[in-house]
Design a protein around this ligand. Structure first.
Ligand code: URP
Ligand code: ZN
Length: 461
């Protein structure tokens, strides 16, 4: 089967150019002014950018979080992702039972995702303990295509410094990238109890109890542990504030290599003022780390433009406002952490980033597509429009304007954090491996149409 995408502006690694894209058997086979498209089905991309399919390296589909479960499973969540231009997710899997091995949760998540995911998918492993056996298992899993793992410095299965050091030492020698949720747990636990004991239980105290210093301290500590472990690659998920970014830049300036930073649209676009919304709506924004200040948003945009932040992912972790989020109605500490965003990401980054001249179109393609593919072992199969790459792409019409509203989105969740926001740019078509997944408002993919992706080991940036 042959398809030609004509008349669009291709977003390629060196920059944008007006060229046609030929697709054969699910792969890109030619790029140029007039590749031989005889007999090919024609997709007219006139007036649109043609981006590589976006990769969301941070989702939580079907996550069990304490007593509640995220409301998107691997089908609804990946359909929503597809409508937003995302053709690959790398999901951060939930914790398993105490004492389980590293394969346990990978197997669990295959049960949840295989035959359901509508776009291509992979999993980051999760480390909830460290022992010689578990380190062997991590190395084995890397050989089986799970080449990244996540460690938490807060929540139930947080690791201590010695455990982190041991894991990093082994990870660095076997091509594993270790992702970190970095927050200082001890201070957070103290502040949470203190606010609750004072009767300060409104959503704003979620932000007050997780100050930026908590995040920056943990980022700094992990950077030192990685350095002590011989410079193992580290990836900070959801960097939310200027102070964390400053710690990352400081380590780089000291010569530390393979330090990667991710942020998310919510930290670029929204601020802690959202917690003060009436009608309990502040609960919609309870996520960790919390939303910060307008100055932090500015520092993150600058970090993106200057190459200090490599990836924009979503941390899509949806709980209904009408149900699960209400657990926090009288006490923010009872509210499940997380917010949706898998469908909104690409348009927000175009609208708030490119259209506002904060980043270029080429930088947008790097942080949404190429960089997550490079860091997590999917490049050049994913994340780029090159001959031989999977024909995953989305068209973005820069002339269109839309209003983000929950009724127009496809997640199973009952709200969007961006309700009523006008965005520049629309996504009229999305393709995966040469097949049209989304056309206009119609989903043409299939349940289970996504493929599990084994990833390559990290060999340097
Ligand atoms: O609040 C958040 N981010 N919930 C999802 C789990 C995590 O911390 O990444
Ligand atoms: Zn997360």
């Amino acid at each position: 089967m042959r398809t030609i995408v004509k008349n669009g502006i291709l977003v390629l690694p060196p920059g944008c150019c007006r060229a046609d894209l030929l697709i054969e058997n699910g792969k890109i086979s030619g790029i140029g002014e007039n590749p031989d498209g005889t007999g090919a089905e024609v997709i007219d991309a006139k007036g649109c950018y043609v981006f590589p399919g976006a990769i969301d390296a941070h989702t939580h589909m079907d996550l069990q979080s304490g007593p509640v479960r995220a409301v998107d499973d691997f089908y609804s969540g990946t359909v929503a992702a597809a409508f937003g231009g995302t053709t690959t997710i790398i999901d951060h899997i939930g914790f398993g039972p105490k004492g389980c091995g590293l394969h346990h949760q990978i197997a669990e998540y295959h049960e949840l995702a295989d035959g359901k995911a509508a776009i291509d998918y992979s999993f980051h492993g999760v480390v909830q303990d460290v022992s010689d056996e578990l380190l062997e298992e991590a190395a084995a899993l890397a050989g089986e295509g799970t080449t990244s793992f996540k460690i938490y410095t807060t929540y139930d299965y947080k690791l201590d410094d010695a455990q982190i050091y041991r894991f990093l030492k082994r990870a660095g020698s076997c091509g594993i990238v270790t992702a970190f949720h970095a927050e200082n747990d001890s201070l957070i636990q103290y502040l949470r109890s203190r606010y609750v004991s004072l009767g300060k239980t409104a959503p704003i105290y979620h932000a007050e109890s997780r100050p930026d210093d908590c995040e920056a301290e943990a980022v700094s500590r992990i950077l030192h542990l990685a350095s002590a472990a011989g410079g193992a690659p580290v990836y900070f998920v959801h960097v939310s504030c200027a102070k964390s970014l400053a710690e990352i830049q400081k380590a780089r300036a000291m010569g530390q290599k393979n330090v990667f930073a991710e942020t998310c649209p919510q930290y670029l676009v929204l601020t802690r003022e959202e917690y003060k919304r009436g009608g309990g709506e502040g609960l919609k924004y309870i996520m960790s780390p919390p939303l910060r200040t307008r100055e932090d948003c500015g520092a993150l945009w600058k970090g993106l433009a200057l190459g200090q932040i490599q990836v924009v992912a979503t941390d899509h972790c949806p709980f209904n406002f009408a149900k699960e989020k209400q657990l926090g109605k009288n006490d923010f500490t009872k509210c499940p952490n997380g917010a949706p965003g898998v469908e909104e990401r690409v348009r927000l980054i175009y609208s708030e980033g490119v259209a506002q001249h904060r980043i270029t179109v080429g930088r947008m393609a790097e942080v949404l597509c190429a960089n997550p593919a490079k860091i997590f072992g999917l490049y050049p199969r994913k994340g780029v429009l090159l001959p031989g790459s999977d024909a995953d792409l989305f068209l973005l019409d820069p002339g269109a304007e839309e209003t983000l509203t929950v009724s127009g989105l496809h997640s199973a969740v009952d709200y969007t954090a961006y309700e009523g926001k006008r965005v520049r740019g629309a996504i009229p078509l999305v393709m995966q491996r040469g097949k049209v997944l989304v056309k206009g408002r119609t989903f043409l993919g299939t349940r289970g149409g996504g493929q599990f992706l084994k990833r390559k080991k990290f060999k340097g940036w």
